[in-house]
Design a protein around this ligand. Sequence first.
Ligand code: IMP
Ligand code: MG
Length: 180
Amino acid sequence: MVGIDFGKPLFTSEEIQRKIHELGARISTDYADKDLLVVGVLKGALFFMSDLLRSLRISVRMDFIHSTSSASQDREHPVHIIADMKEDIKGKHVLLVEDIIDSGLTIDFLKRMLADRGPASLKVCVLLDKPGRRQVQIEADYAGFRIPNKYVVGYGLDYKERYRNLPYIAVLPLEERQTP
Ligand code: IMP
Ligand code: MG
């Protein structure tokens, strides 16, 4: 059995929900008079996207991009697009929702990809921000928690596809990193 009790969470599910309500209130105000399309990046943003959408007080539409890190560590193409979004975003207000911004390569790539499609506006919302590891100069427009240079799992974030289903966010213990 693979253990999923990592002791004290970095952020409890209550803390996560409180932060999401703050973000949701800001986004609701900022887009009060706009038709917003929220685009979640799967799989990491699954739970964040779902709770964030339900915290909004404005009517929005949603879509998803399913991407995965490329094994090659290619800076120009840091992700593979497994499934692209369905909606045509030309002339639309788009909010890209990701789990975490780390090196920044993924968000930078996705932003450039979507910007080429001519949206009216394009902003980024992330739950977690690891500013200490940035490789490209990029910031999220909405960011939940700043975290130190630790590998975290839970609430959508994985280590080798595990631990996404933890309801809280925890630092991955070093010994768990060896788990196949
Ligand atoms: P970036 O391209 O380096 O900004 O990384 C973005 C992606 O790396 C995220 O979508 C996550 O999938 C993954 N990632 C970065 N840091 C962590 C972490 O601490 N835990 C889990 N996944 C992470
Ligand atoms: Mg991910």
